[in-house]
Design a binder for this molecule. Structure first.
Ligand code: KMH
Ligand code: ZN
Length: 290
């Protein structure tokens, strides 16, 4: 595996929408294709190198509709140079077979959560057979997985995938610590260090903290040599009593922290190289047969 020098630059991932927040509750949440592209362009300008995408239907509800996913991938590729990552996590209500179909939209990257976890009052289901099928699917379809780790046990789940099925497409293991979900590991420096110590040598990793754990997790990640994920999927309050007005302000703050840490934001070319994504920018995605 190629060694990654994360001492020099910081990959900033933006997760602009998620599946949990309703547009009526948070009008600034990007839910239409136009809003998604607009926020992505602004986030790239602010320093983001990768966009983690959940989409919504015409009523702003979470969906994994394949045509909408393809439209989002195409539009983001036309308007930005960021790595386009589709969520295979979807919402806690999405059936596993719909989540497996996400790769048919030919993203550069996809999320792959490495175990089941309590998720507030719900359960985010990721049984081993599903993880194993999805992982082999990423290898066959040449899509770079991002291993989503909500708990220390998920780190073990990722090792099991790598030991059983070998390296991911492209060869670079890239993980994201998702911290502070009620039911997962807490968003603390101590938990971050424990998880990072268990990661495979040579991997790249980012971290995100849900809600008020966002800032402490970003600061801990920078000091431990990691990359950053921010966005309205994870954080809706910019400061005490002050709602987030747009994803770009979260990216701009992450970029500022990264510059202060002497590890400025990584370019989108740098992100593509580090993650070893396949270049699909000339691929024309066909319409889904109906
Ligand atoms: N919406 C959560 C249930 C992912 O994108 O892969 C799962 C999630 C993880 O957001
Ligand atoms: Zn997500």
């Amino acid at each position: 595996m190629r060694p990654v020098d994360s001492r020099t630059e910081t990959l900033i991932t933006v997760a602009p929408t998620g599946a949990e927040t309703a547009k009526v509750d948070v009008p600034a949440l990007p839910v239409t294709l136009g809003e998604l592209v607009e926020t992505a362009v602004a986030c790239e300008a602010a320093g983001a190198g990768l966009v983690h995408v959940h989409i919504r239907d015409a009523d702003a509800r979470p969906t994994l509709d394949l045509q909408r996913l393809r439209d989002a991938v195409t539009a983001l590729r036309e308007a930005t140079t960021m790595v386009v990552q589709l969520s295979t996590g979807g919402s806690v209500h999405d059936p596993l077979e719909h989540r497996l179909r996400v790769l048919d939209a030919e993203p550069d990257s996809c999320s792959l959560t490495c175990g089941t976890v309590n998720f507030g009052d719900d359960v985010f289901l990721n049984p081993w057979p599903f993880m194993a099928e999805l992982y082999q699917h990423t290898q066959a379809r040449e899509v770079v997985p991002e291993f989503e780790l909500f708990d220390l046990g998920h780190v073990a789940g990722m090792h099991r995938l790598l030991d059983t099925y070998g390296a991911p497409y492209g060869g670079q293991v890239h993980c994201d610590l998702v911290m502070g979900v009620p039911g997962g590991m807490p968003g603390t420096a101590e938990a971050l260090v424990a998880a990072v110590q268990a990661l495979p040598a040579g991997c790249s990793w980012s971290a995100t903290g849900i809600g008020r754990t966002g800032l402490p997790v970003s600061l801990a990640a920078l000091s431990a040599g990691g990359h950053l994920r921010v966005g309205m999927e994870d954080t809706l309050t910019f400061a005490r009593g002050r709602p987030v007005t747009g994803n770009e302000e979260l990216v701009a703050r992450a970029a500022e922290l990264a510059r202060l840490a002497q590890r400025p934001p990584m370019s989108t070319d740098g992100a593509r190289a580090m993650l070893a994504v396949k270049d699909r920018r000339q691929v024309k995605l066909p319409r889904v047969a109906t």
